[in-house]
Design a protein around this ligand. Sequence first.
Ligand SMILES: [Zn+2]
Ligand SMILES: [Zn+2]
Length: 373
Amino acid sequence: MNDYYEILGVPRDASADQIKKAYRKLARELHPDVAGPEAEDRFKDVSRAYEVLSNPDKRQQYDLGVDPTAPGGGMGGGAGGFGFQDIFETFFGGGQAQQGPIPRARRGQDALLPLDLELPEVVFGAKKDVPVETAVVCTECGGTCCRPGTTMHRCDVCKGAGSIQRVQRSFLGQIMTTAPCSACQGHGTVIPEPCQECGGEGRVRQRRTLSVNVPAGVETGTRIRLTAQGEVGPGGGPAGDVYVEIRERAHPTFVRRGDDLHCTLEVPMTAAALGARMTLETLDGEQEVDLKAGTQPAQVVTLKNLGVGHLNGSGRGDLRVHVDVSVPTALDDEQAELLRQLAALRGEEKPEPKLAASHGGVFNRLRDKLSGR
Ligand SMILES: [Zn+2]
Ligand SMILES: [Zn+2]
């Protein structure tokens, strides 16, 4: 048998007042809302101890060696009409005090849909169709949940209040407890004949297609909100929102950094030296690129306004073409002879080692390239 005096930490001759004080102190410390679920067992022990020791009859019984809370023992716990669960609820207000009936119609859930986009769609914006399966208002009952031709009735049990009040007596005096009406689940209304189509839910599931206007300039992680395109709520309640989350697919040629696009153009050594006019296949179609004579490796040619459209505002970023000079590898005899002649003409048969300045040279340009400048 539990030692209820020890559990409450009071002497065996404690007064009713001492017991009450000890219990209230412990109950505050051990309440699951404060002490967490681990303290729940101790909290129940303390509550049970108080239930026994606060009741003069039960306390007397307990002092005689009978636990009145044990199943089948003592006074069956019903004599006072007040079990420890009631103390639990009345002392702490019993949790949810519902004000008025619970509305049947509630707002539906939001939905998050991923949307994969190709680079041109991100650059120019796009109109996309996104399939969704959500709850929509039941057309049979129009969201009323009732079979057509019938209506909801006021709940007879709670008279439409949605809750039932009980008056109980406790050590704190009379306490009014309110519990949701079980006849109507707290709604205050009953549906005598539920709609057959939706089973009285007011909504049905449906596949449909959402049309999404994707503006230029979105990027991975951008969310586009489609107001009230989500789930219709229970009881035909207002629909939640749909959020479309963008995911950019990689492009085989162009890389996006901010609103600029970058690409690499391979240029033969001779074209870099002599200069050339080249035609590039960009996302905007063919574009002319002018390579000046003496174009260097890693040099960047900027094509204005051929980048990604700015999301907030007009205009576009740039297309930045990084030049990669390719040095010929498999020279035949004639080509090698020509290059040797060129080297001789330029006095480069035995080139002097020359270190570039730390602020210039290919290494720096490469670093700029990597950091997106
Ligand atoms: Zn219906
Ligand atoms: Zn009711």
